[in-house]
Structures are given as C-alpha cells and as structure tokens.
Design a protein around this ligand. Sequence first.
Ligand code: ADP
Ligand code: ZN
Ligand code: MG
Length: 491
Amino acid sequence: MATVATISPEVRAKYEPVIGLEVHVQLLTETKAFCGCANRFGSPPNTNVCPVCLGLPGALPVLNKRAVEFATLASLALNCTVRERSIFARKNYFYPDLPKGYQISQYDLPLAEHGWIEVPTPQGSKRIGITRLHMEEDAGKSMHDGFADSASRTYVDLNRCGTPLVEIVSEPDMRTPDEAFEYLTRLREIMLYTGVSDCNMEEGSLRCDANVSVRLRGAEKFGTKAEVKNVNSFRFIRAALEYEIERQIEIVESGGRVVQETRLYNANEGRTYSMRSKEQAHDYRYFPEPDLPPLIVSEAWKAEIATRMPELPEARRARMIAEYGITEQDARTLTATRSFADQFESAARAAKNPRRVANLVQSELTMRLKAANLELEQSPISMKGVAQAADLTEDGKLSSKQLKQLFDLCFERNEDFGPVYEREKPQQISDAATLEKMIDDVIAANPAQVEQYRKGKKTVAAFFVGQVMKASKGQANPARLNELVTKKLDA
Ligand code: ADP
Ligand code: ZN
Ligand code: MG
C-alpha cells in the first residue's frame, strides 16, 4: 500500500491522532421516510417514486412511524438520551440527485444525544462518546457509468430518494485507526442485532465519513481535521486513516499547516485526494421544515419501543461465556450475528457438552469456512449438525479423524452433517477383542513408554490411544479404546 514519504516511528510517536466518525445507516422499513413508496434496493431505476419523494410542488411529507421506532430503538441501544420533542429541518443544497433542492434532516434538536459505545482496546476497553443520532432522508443516485453513452451523460435514479436514515455522529474520542475499526464493528453489530438495518456496505446501507486530525502528544488543542468521505469497507477506512495520519504528520513536521477539507480515498492507490476545501464548503441554510410538525416521542411510546430491545452483543457474549464455559474468542465468533448466536444457543442447549460445540465451530468449522472463503452464514453444516457431531464425539461414537472426514465431505458436497453421517455411517471398531489385540501390539512395540507409564507418568496413556487410533485408521471407538488402554496398562 502506498504511504506518504517515510515517517520514522519516532516522529510518528510524537503525534496523537484524533478521530471522529459520522455514520449513515439506512433503516429497514417497508416504505420510505415520508411517503408510501417501497424502500427497496435493486428495483429498476425510477420505479419506487411518487410526487412526495420526487419533490413535486404541493406534495406533503408524512412521517413513517416505523422509521421513528427504529431510530428510537437504535438510540436506546447506543445509550443515547431520546428527546421527547425533536424538530425536522431542511438542509438546502443543489445536486441532480436531490429533486426537492433540500434534504429533510434534523439539526439543532436531533432525536437523540449523549450516547456511547464500549470498544475493546489493547489496554482493556474504552467508551467512545456519541454526540447525536438524528433522522434524515437519503438522496437519489447519480449513475456515471454502465451506459453506452456514459462518456457524455450521467443518469439519475431517484429510487433511493426519501429512504429513511439515521446519522450517528461520534465524539472525537478515537485515538487510533484500530479504535475506529472497532467502533464501526460494534456499531454495525448493534444495528444488526436491533434489526434496524441490514448494514450492507456494498448496497450503501451503511456509509461512513471519517474525520481525522493530529496533534503533538500532550497538546490540549485539537489539530485541524480532514474529512475522508465514502470509503466502502471498514478495512479501507482503517487504511485511509493510517494514510491520512501520516500525510498530516508529514505536513506539520515540514512546517506546513493542515487545511480543513474533504478528501476522497482511492482504494487502489491506498491514498486520499482533496475533494473540496473549507472555502468551498456547503452552507446548508438549515431552517425548520414547515411541512412537518415537531416529532414527539412520549415516555410511554419510548418505553413500548424499549420492550423490543434484544439482548445486545456485548451482554450476550458475557452471558454465553458464563453459561457455556466458552472463551471470549469463542463468544466473539458465535455472536457474529444474532441469528447465528440464536442457532448456536438452541443447538448448544440441546447438546451434551456445549463447550464441545463451541470448540468445533471455532476449530474444524471455521478452518473449513476460511479455506472455502465462506461466511459463517453460508456454512453447509448447520449449528444443529455441529451439535450432532459433538454429541457423537462425546459418546465416543466418532473419532476425531472420522469427524474431520465427515466435515470434509459436507463441504465437498455442500450438505449438512446429518445426512452425510447417515449415509456414511463410518465404520467403528468397538469389539473388545479386536481393540485389545491392537493395543497389545502397540504396547509390545513401545516398551520405553510402558516403563514411563508404570513409573507414574499417566499422561503417556494418550500416546497409546493415539498409536492405536492411527493403526485403526481412525476407526477405533475412542471411548472403548480409552477404557481398554488404561485397563491394559494398569494390568
Ligand atoms: P463540522 O462542523 O466540520 O461538521 P463537527 O464538529 O460537527 O464538525 O464534527 C464532525 C465530526 O468530526 C464529529 O464526528 C467529530 O467528532 C469529528 N471531529 C471534530 N473535530 C475534530 C478534530 N479536530 N479531529 C478529528 N475529528 C474531529
Ligand atoms: Zn415516494
Ligand atoms: Mg457537523
């Protein structure tokens, strides 16, 4: 990746980055924020439109109740204080994808304020403040490419006009690109758990603008910030911030001054470019929207919305760690999405040993998903399948080698564990006489280990189990084998 010239680690360490993020999240309502048009991605251009979202003269907006409920639920999940009375405002600017000439947003009296997200840091964890969460509507989309005459024309698709959004503005509380990455990861997780958004970055339902400045360590005043816009993945945001921090340090080190401006990140080149400076910045001429009354979220309504709050990811992880005796790392994987955590929990509760289920997910399953480049949600083996495999292993009806082979088959054939197991029914040697014969052979071939065992090093038993398992090509019944090895060695 391209970096600015080379800044030595010593110089880098003299400076402290300051980062604040502005995140737009599209709400998963059926219809748009102020009209009855479908709120849907991927429809043919300009089909989900009406006089309201096209801004035709005389059309009046009516606020979508569901959008308010989603925004309120998101606010509560982010520990914000929800204002009983908030005001919609017009944010005026000219752009071809904005037919009204203004965006309905909230300005000085937003829906919610003063929240926070707890993010993990190398030192433990840290609270990142949330300044505000306000409701607004999205604009349409300019289409610059993909048409035969794209060289000379730009088309406009207004389907997205009027899509309900919340904008979540953080305090300038982050100090490293990693913290920004964690903040976004937590924020996305909370939006997904509450079900207010699908947070699909490719489809634009989560968008982030990153503000960043640098100051000498110990300095009180913030440096001048630059805003990096429209970066389309969390990894790229982290990379854009890294680049931007170095660029700014270099300017300050060489006696220059950072200019306040908006910059764009080019992922191919791994660098940012100036888009517009503060002098060209918009003056939006906000004023209260005369066509909408104040939004009132009463205590009673707020309480009713709060009853829909699911267990949030952080709390869920803590409970699962306690309940199933799993590690923090396991809990992170298993709570990646709410539906996945639900599946895991229902399978784990029914399984003989929940921890074994967690271990299988973390080891055998994750390994294969990585190799096949699949997400957890795309796994051919369901949580129920993993639990079934765990139970068979627990009962000694399946050796770990057999389990691995069956998992491989599941991935090869894109089939769940249950049917594959039923068909394959791996051979198992449980017959005592056969197993004893094999154990005798291994004992005879390894007198030194026998000696160790008899001198008290009981862990050597595992060596004999392993050797017999190998000799049986993984077919020895592990439970029977364990039992017989100990019996033989103790004889
Ligand atoms: P603006 O007036 O340019 O919109 P705001 O004060 O509204 O700036 O802040 C916008 C975002 O930028 C917020 O997320 C805030 O935390 C962040 N921010 C503000 N000042 C700085 C700074 N000096 N360095 C980094 N981020 C900042
Ligand atoms: Zn409409
Ligand atoms: Mg601002």
